[in-house]
Write a protein that binds this ligand. Sequence first.
Ligand code: GRG
Ligand code: ZN
Length: 323
Amino acid sequence: MGELVAEKHVQYVLAAEKRKDDFESVLMEHLRMNGAYWGLTTLDLLGKLDTVDVNEVVSWVMSCQHESGGFSGNVGHDPHILYTLSAVQVLALFNKLDIIDVDKKACWILCFLTIMLDIVNLQNEDGSFSGDIWGEVDTRFSYIAINCLSILHHLDKINVEKAMKYILSCKNMDGGFGCTPGGESHAGQIFCCVAALAITGSLDLVDKDLLGWWLCERQVKSGGLNGRPEKLPDVCYSWWVLSSLIMIDRVHWINKEKLIKFILDCQDTENGGISDRPDDAVDIFHTYFGVAGLSLLEYPGVKPIDPAYALPVDVVNRIIFSK
Ligand code: GRG
Ligand code: ZN
């Protein structure tokens, strides 16, 4: 079995941050905030976050905040909860959620209060969450709201009971969850629902054996995981499926060695980066979820990541559990 070419992946991520005009960067322009979270978390998991200019990143993140409190994917774009979580996660990585600078104290408090208010306003009467003012509802947005508010220590500002009730209304007979009630079970949505339940301490509401069975059935012959039956395996499901299995304590139901091999086989060992499947083109999204998957698999040299918050364990301990 090959090895993780960690240093090559660090170089790949650092180069991706700088590229602005190639094909992939143009496609990524509107979701650069997500890209920043994927790239910077990869660097942190590989112990290389200190190679980045903190002030430059933090001031760019703040330049994407809107009056509503929410963040956009890049300067000049519309805000959406998808980017607000990435922005909060990047600030968390750099330990910028604590007010250290006394002069800017009032400004930071205001910034975090507006983020909190923006998210609270996105909760609907039935407990679900919309992603922005246009109103689309999805269990992804429930997870994002709950993760963000937990990081900001403001979970008490929403109706958590209704939020959990809505998530449970998206549970299917097969044990999985969809994006809205009646929606097909999909590993990505399952991660969102299980992580939201984990953060609010509600995992006892899940049938762990039934869901665990559905999730471990996602492992195919090559060792990789797919997102639903009859689909191709993809490195990013090493995150969506594995984190869910860990949260419900059923990770021993899959073959970890075979999954490690599948992820390592998706590396570009020459230029760095990880792809969705062996021999495909690499990208920053799959590089992050490949490394994060290896972190969940306790691969040597990769820092541990928290399966619910999707942040390194030391960051979560500092923010959530030290207060
Ligand atoms: C902080 C980790 C983190 C997440 C934030 C945005 C979000 C919350 C979660 C997304 C969950 C999700 C729906 C993931 C799935 C992504 C994916 C690979 C979609 C592709 O779906 P299909 O149906 O592909 O096109 P398949 O694999 O089914 O063929
Ligand atoms: Zn993928």
